[in-house]
Ligand binder design. Structure first.
Ligand code: PGA
Length: 253
């Protein structure tokens, strides 16, 4: 039993005041199921204050990005050790917005994934195809390239400490969700790819779905055998919306 992880990617949203209301709402409504973990990933300036707000609750903390470097003259970058120092357990790497808007290549993502693991953070590796790639039948090729870049860098064994998020780019922030069948097909493909390296790791790793997950479509997605929760953008910014997704996971566990 892998259990579910429901992770909120707040992106570049929030303020001290809105974060407090959001986190207090989440903490007050955490589902009682021990098979559902909740994670919040605030913007960097708020990580410490959110760490204080979730203290004593089961809510977990993560960041949205990490430097591939350990320390030094990298103005504006944030090292994994710093994230860990302020209470992060997870870090998102390779989000499609960073790949598309910040020029992160699969190689950069692989180095960030490695840097996170080296310091003891759990990376959440995002992979996913664009609409054009899907329509031209390249979905699995794209996923394989993104996955293999990381596998080549770090090997399979360390994936035991990682999470994968399948996020079709065309479903992110668009209100268009992949159907449960479309999502399950790619999740199965990712698990099979990992299985070809190490069956035990493939069986244990959580593979999240991301892209317009809401309270009313979460159960349909999460009820599939290879979907172990969600990476939630828009619906992670209101506690009721986020908790509705967590409840959907709890109802299945
Ligand atoms: P969305 O974003 O839920 O707003 O589609 C998901 C993500 O980008 O992680």
């Amino acid at each position: 039993m892998r259990g579910y992880l429901v992770a909120g990617n707040w992106k570049m949203n929030g303020s001290n005041a809105s974060n407090r209301a959001l986190v207090e709402g989440i903490v007050a409504g955490v589902p009682s199921s021990s098979d559902v973990q909740l994670l919040v990933c605030p913007p960097f300036p708020y990580i410490s204050s959110v760490a204080g707000l979730i203290e004593g609750s089961p809510v977990l903390l993560g960041a949205q990005n990490v430097s591939a470097h350990a320390s030094g003259a990298f103005t504006g970058e944030t090292a994994g050790s710093m994230l860990q120092d302020v209470g992060c357990e997870f870090v998102i790497v390779g989000h499609s917005e960073r790949r598309a808007l910040m020029g992160e290549t699969s190689k950069t993502v692989a180095l960030k994934f490695k840097a996170a693991l080296d310091i003891g953070l759990k990376p959440i590796l995002c992979v996913g195809e664009t609409l054009e790639q899907r329509e031209s039948g390249q979905t699995k090729t794209v996923i394989d390239e993104q996955m293999n870049a990381v596998l080549d860098e770090v090997g399979i064994d360390v994936f035991s400490d990682a999470v994968i998020a399948y996020e079709p780019v065309w479903a992110i922030g668009t209100g268009v969700t992949a159907s449960p069948e479309q999502a399950q097909e790619v999740h199965r493909h990712i698990r099979r790819l990992l299985e070809s390296h190490n069956a035990g790791v493939a069986e244990r790793i959580k593979i999240l779905y991301g892209g317009s997950v809401k309270g009313d479509n979460a159960a349909g997605l999460f009820s599939n055998p290879d979907i172990d929760g969600g990476l939630i953008g828009g619906a992670s910014l209101k506690s009721d919306d986020f908790l509705a997704i967590a409840e959907a996971a709890a109802s299945l566990s």
